[in-house]
Design a protein around this ligand. Structure first.
Ligand code: APR
Length: 258
């Protein structure tokens, strides 16, 4: 990492004591998990993602919406964490107390070895009853799932027989209170926030890097594209997470044992 922004980012990470890592869909892009704003494919290409990801859509056509989330869950099952996910886990290992906050509903951070990410937008692996909210089992059977997806009637809750829904936050729904509180608290007391692979367009999640900056933390952004967070960040690293993050970790800790 020779360029000035990269050297400054390494300096900030090297001296940080309380780190927050904030990630979005771009973090998983190089694992083949499409970002939310990537065009939908297969059965879903005639739908707008935002239209599918609402309580209204689920009420109107539960099999369509459940099918879409099952298709996304199977895609994530077939994907693997990338070097960016592993670099985040390495930062958590090197800087004890680092808080990882993700907008992603996949489990690639966990599979890369990151302990207890805060899932602001829920998870594809935490379905629950749409009425009594009791957790529901996740079926692992991806056998014979058509690659283009299909409509799948949601299972019924074992307790109240209402339809089971995906454990994600839909548009128009509030974020899980405990997760949002933990994210705001971490952002309010950190000295460095790394924001990685997010467009910074969806609120209230997009507020998190701004809270950190307002309270004096340094913000470093990793994104190949410009985003509204450019002005919030002290350093903008333009590149893909799976290339930029391992280089950043190496620049700070290469040769450092333990
Ligand atoms: N490395 C880093 N960033 C990347 C990469 C990459 N390899 N590929 C794409 N990006 C960036 C894009 O430039 C874009 O800014 O990732 C961002 C992805 O933006 P979105 O698709 O808007 O995803 P995100 O910011 O996570 O969306 C927020 O909105 O759609 C809802 O619930 C969904 O959690 C999601 C939330």
């Amino acid at each position: 990492m020779t360029d000035q922004p990269a050297r400054r980012a390494a300096e900030l990470l090297g001296q940080a004591r309380r780190v927050v890592v904030f990630t979005g869909a771009g973090m998983s892009a190089e694992s083949g998990v499409p970002t939310f704003r990537d065009a939908l494919t297969g059965l879903w290409q005639r739908y707008d993602a935002q239209a599918l990801a609402t309580p209204e859509a689920f009420r109107a056509d539960p099999a369509l919406v459940w099918g879409w989330y099952e298709w996304r869950r199977h895609a994530v099952r077939l994907a693997h964490p990338n070097a960016g996910h592993r670099a985040v886990a390495a930062i958590q290992h090197r800087v004890p107390g680092t808080v990882l906050i993700t907008q992603n509903v996949d489990d690639l951070h966990e599979r890369a070895g990151s302990p207890a990410p805060v899932h602001l937008h829920g998870s594809l692996f935490a379905p629950r009853c749409s009425a009594c909210a009791r957790p529901a089992p996740v079926s692992d059977d991806a056998e014979g799932e058509p690659v283009d997806g299909r409509r799948v009637p949601p299972p019924r809750c074992a307790h109240c027989t209402a339809p089971v829904r995906p454990g994600v936050v839909w548009f128009g729904e509030a974020l899980p209170g405990a997760a949002l509180d933990a994210a705001v608290e971490a952002a309010s007391s950190c000295d460095l926030l790394l924001t990685i692979g997010t467009s910074g367009l969806v609120y209230p999640a997009a507020e998190i890097p701004q809270v950190a900056a307002r309270l004096g933390a340094a913000v470093v952004q990793v994104n190949p594209e410009e985003t509204p967070l450019d002005g919030v960040a002290e350093v903008n690293l333009r590149g893909p997470a799976a290339r930029v993050l391992p280089a950043l970790v190496d620049a700070v800790w290469e040769g450092a044992d333990g």
